[in-house]
Design a protein around this ligand. Structure first.
Ligand SMILES: CC(C)(COP(=O)(O)OP(=O)(O)OC[C@H]1O[C@@H](n2cnc3c(N)ncnc32)[C@H](O)[C@@H]1OP(=O)(O)O)[C@@H](O)C(=O)NCCC(=O)NCCS
Length: 169
C-alpha cells in the first residue's frame, strides 16, 4: 500500500466524487458537492489552489493537501491557515482535517494532523491552535496524540462547545 500527501489535483476527480457521496450520506460538511455545486470539479480544484495566494475576502491564506492511498484513491484531506484572524482565533484554529468515511479508523486522521502541524511550523508559527467539537471523540484523540493541550471550551452557538487545544512550540 502506498500513501502520499499531495496538492489538490484533477487526477483524483473520480475518487474525490465517490468520497463526497460517502460524506453526504453522513451529513458531513463538504466544500464541493458533485450533485448540487454550481462549480465544476476543475473550478473547485483551481479555487483550492488559489487559496494560498488569493483567498476569498475575509479569509486568510490557506494551503490544502489531499491524502492519496494506492496511487489513485482519495482518502482524506487537511488544510492549514497561515495565520489566525479573530474568527479562527475563536473557533477555527490553524488546521482542519477530514477523513473519507470508508477510510476512517486507520490512523489517517492522526497522520494528517501531524502533517498539518509540521506544515504550520514551516511557516514560522510556534504556538498552534487546533479546535474540535466537545463531542468529537476521534478528533480529541487525534489532537491529544499530537501534543495538544486543552486550554478551554467556548460556545459556538451550535449547541455544542468547541474545545481549543494549543500545541506549544
Ligand atoms: C475525526 C476524524 C478525522 C477521525 O479520522 P480517523 O482517520 O478515523 O482517525 P484515526 O484513525 O487517526 O483515529 C485516531 C483515534 O481516534 C479514535 N477514533 C476515531 N474515530 C472515532 C470515533 N468516531 N469515536 C471514538 N474514537 C474514534 C481511533 O480509534 C483512534 O484512537 P486511538 O488513538 O486510541 O487508537 C474523522 O472521523 C472525520 O473526518 N470526521 C469528520 C470531520 C471531522 O470531524 N474533522 C475534524 C474536525 S476538528
Amino acid at each position: 500500500m502506498s500513501l502520499k500527501i499531495v496538492p489538490p489535483s484533477l487526477d483524483y476527480e473520480a475518487s474525490y466524487s465517490a468520497a463526497s457521496y460517502e460524506h453526504i450520506e453522513l451529513n458531513d460538511d463538504i466544500m464541493w458537492n458533485p450533485e448540487i455545486s454550481s462549480t465544476s470539479f476543475a473550478d473547485y480544484v483551481a479555487f483550492l489552489l488559489r487559496y494560498e495566494t488569493n483567498p476569498p475576502a475575509g479569509h486568510v491564506p490557506g494551503t490544502f493537501y489531499w491524502l492519496i492511498v494506492d496511487d489513485d484513491t482519495y482518502a482524506g484531506e487537511m488544510n492549514i491557515r497561515h495565520y489566525l484572524n479573530d474568527s479562527l482565533k475563536r473557533l477555527g484554529g490553524h488546521i482542519g482535517y477530514k477523513v473519507r468515511p470508508s477510510q476512517r479508523r486507520k490512523g489517517y486522521g492522526k497522520m494528517l494532523c501531524a502533517h498539518g502541524i509540521q506544515a504550520v511550523r514551516k511557516l514560522g508559527v510556534t504556538d498552534i491552535l487546533i479546535t474540535c467539537n466537545d463531542d468529537n471523540i476521534g478528533s480529541q484523540k487525534i489532537i491529544e496524540a499530537n501534543g495538544g493541550i486543552l486550554k478551554d471550551k467556548v460556545d459556538n452557538n451550535r449547541g455544542v462547545l468547541t474545545r481549543r487545544y494549543w500545541i506549544y512550540g
